[in-house]
Design a protein around this ligand. Structure first.
Ligand code: 6PG
Length: 237
């Protein structure tokens, strides 16, 4: 695992608060340098507490200059309980002043998964005037070492920035995901992983020899920072 920094905290909340400071500092730097902050957010359950904390305690960020993308999406309607977009909307987007035109959900209606992936790839290239270069990406880790919807044994089409997944082992099976190529072009990539249920996967990611897990293939030039609680690294508490 190249240039992966582990930051371990006593509790999930401590990890969330440290990650929020990282996020806010990156937002200030990006807005000063480029006038905007382009982020891709994670789904699943772990990040909900982070999003709620940002909405509650970081209202003074320049939210109107943020551009919000998604690292992956379940291929369900945007108001479906499994939708990552719905999770982010309910915990964050409904509570901070990001203009709706600055929120870019992966399309999951009116198109098949492969066409939706192609549509989002075109949209990304329009938003970035070329290959996408996100400022800040949040990822989670599955117990099998997956991240976003990049699962073991799945290889995105060569050169793809967005891919469709037909048979994800984590339901629902049909998904859309940004690819390793997209994540590895990002300026900053952060993982938020908490709970003892992830300890084995975290140990496999960080223990030599490097495991061939999807999360180990996230190797942006700027390195990754993992925000972990003690339980996720096998500690007590
Ligand atoms: C998803 C996520 C997925 C998630 C991990 C961890 O759409 O399911 O993108 O990669 O981050 O599976 O999920 P939990 O946070 O629920 O443990």
């Amino acid at each position: 695992m190249t240039r992966a920094v582990r930051r371990v905290f006593p509790t999930p909340q401590a990890a969330i608060e440290a990650l929020a400071r990282d996020f806010a500092a990156a937002a200030r730097r990006a807005c000063a340098a480029r006038g905007r902050f382009a982020i891709a957010l994670a789904g699943g359950t772990t990040p909900a507490g982070f999003y709620r904390f940002l909405a509650r305690c970081y209202r003074r960020l320049a939210w109107e200059r943020f551009q919000v993308f998604f690292g992956d999406e379940r291929f369900v309607p945007p108001d479906h309980p499994d939708s990552n977009y719905r999770l982010v909307r309910e915990t964050l987007l409904d509570h901070v002043p990001i203009p709706p035109a600055h929120v870019h959900p992966l399309p999951t209606a009116g198109l098949g998964p492969a066409a939706a992936a192609r549509r989002y790839e075109v949209h990304l290239r329009e938003c970035f005037a070329g290959p996408p270069r996100l400022d800040w990406v949040l990822l989670g880790l599955g117990e099998d070492g997956h991240t976003a919807s990049l699962f073991p044994g799945f290889e995105p089409p060569p050169g793809a920035w967005v891919a469709a997944v037909a048979d994800a082992p984590k339901p629902p099976p049909v998904r859309l995901t940004l690819t390793y190529r997209t994540f590895n072009r990002a300026r900053r990539v952060r993982f938020l992983v908490t709970g003892s249920g992830k300890a084995r996967a975290v140990a496999r990611v960080f223990s030599p020899p490097p495991a061939r897990l999807p999360a180990c293939r996230i190797r942006p030039a700027g390195g990754c920072v993992w925000y972990l609680d003690r339980a996720a690294v096998g500690g007590t508490g």
